[in-house]
Design a protein around this ligand. Structure first.
Ligand code: NAD
Length: 358
């Protein structure tokens, strides 16, 4: 049941998409024509998206790919450093979205105001030998600050949280929103899409198929053994030898480490992550638009297991994650994996919750 005020808010939001205001060029754009002399009419119809951490390894290709997304009318790029250059560069792409850049902590609220979707790849990435939990102390503080901004400036936006460790940063975000009185679990989505993208690719390699034809549900969380590919539920239906199952499960769970080691100190997965983030963000926007049957895996507040957060397939709609799907039938191997995943996940979730209560 929706209240009248919710309905009015939705009508206002749709109206804003149909008639977006004119947007100004950001300062620092080196055009000789003053912005008041330009005849720009503003953005095409679409949604307003902010990328927080836009100048980073993930942020830059993610910003580029979101500028190419026809569902986006306004793209806000925010970072604590280097946003003007990234914004100037991306703003020259001749696609519909109007781009504005924001740099520095005092611009966070401005960057977030009015957004429909906020994508957060801010934080430090993993270096060789580091676990995702090593990142915890730095990234926990960054995510807390950003979520406080979201609660102030766009509390009804869908949040796609990429910053690691996702198993802890999503509970941190939930606590921040609860404290601010703005928490709506349907709007808070931890991005586990890279695990799905990797699973589809690696399974397709083994089966000799086009990865676009393969759909592997990946449940649990987003670190090591908490990443649980359900190979018994792969579409198209297929079977694997026990060796193939071990190889695939191990490769999917450690795909991040494969990239960290190959980059040898130069960061973690950025390009495949940007691709996965855009695939997920696009699904969220299609859901917001009202498309039917938009289903992706995400780490969300959940009652599928006894844990408060868990990744499964969710149906994305106008109000975010509108339906959370159960795990479906698991085989013995997957049931054992689930128990291991839950033990580790419980610790990571607790760590996130206690960080905000310190
Ligand atoms: N969810 C996933 O599947 C997944 C996959 C890969 C990486 N990651 C995580 O994504 C994050 C970013 O990775 P990266 O390789 O792009 O790192 P990066 O260091 O290249 O970029 C991070 C960016 O965040 C910015 N930043 C730092 N503090 C900020 C703040 N308070 N507000 C806004 N921006 C801030 C930095 O200035 C930098 O530009 C890391 O936490 C990494 O572990 C997640």
């Amino acid at each position: 049941m929706h209240t009248t005020s919710e309905a009015n808010q939705r009508i206002a939001r749709i109206a804003a998409h149909l008639h977006p205001p004119n947007f100004q060029m950001i300062e620092g754009n080196s055009s000789n024509i003053g912005r008041m002399d330009c005849r720009a009419k503003g953005a095409a119809p679409g949604f307003k998206v902010a990328i927080i951490g836009a100048a980073g390894g993930i942020g830059q290709p993610l910003s580029m790919l979101m500028k190419m997304n026809p569902l986006v009318s306004v793209l806000h790029l925010y970072d604590v450093v280097n946003t003007p250059g990234v914004t100037a560069d991306i703003s020259h792409m001749d696609t519909g979205a109007v781009v504005r850049g924001f740099v520095g902590k005092d611009k966070l609220d401005e960057a977030l105001t009015g957004m429909d979707l906020v994508i957060v790849p801010a934080g430090v990435p993993r270096k060789p030998g580091m676990t995702r939990d090593d990142l915890f102390n730095i990234n926990a503080g960054i995510v807390k600050t950003i979520c406080e901004g979201i609660a102030r400036s766009c509390p009804r936006a869908i949040v796609n949280l990429i910053s690691n460790p996702v198993n802890s940063t999503v509970p941190i975000a939930a606590e921040v929103f609860k404290k601010a009185g703005t928490y709506d679990p349907k709007l808070l989505l931890g991005v586990t899409m890279l695990d799905v993208v990797r699973a589809n690719t690696f399974v397709a390699e083994v089966l000799g198929l086009d990865p676009r034809e393969v759909d592997v549900p990946v449940v649990g969380g987003h670190a090591g053994v908490t990443i649980l590919p359900l190979l018994s539920q792969v579409k198209p239906p297929c079977s694997f030898t026990p060796e193939e199952i071990n190889h695939l499960t191990d490769r999917i769970q450690n795909g991040g480490t494969e990239v960290v080691e190959a980059k040898a100190g130069a960061g973690s997965a950025t390009l495949s992550m940007a691709y996965a983030a855009v695939k997920f963000a696009d699904a969220c926007l299609r859901g917001l638009r009202g498309d039917a049957g938009v289903i992706e895996c995400s780490f969300v507040q959940s009652q599928v297991t006894e844990l408060p957060f868990f990744a499964t397939k969710v149906r994305l709609g106008r109000s975010g994650a509108e339906e959370i799907f159960p795990l479906g039938p698991l085989n013995e191997y997957e049931r054992a994996g689930l128990e291991k995943a839950k033990t580790e996940l419980a610790t990571s979730i607790d760590k996130g919750v206690s960080f905000t209560r310190k």
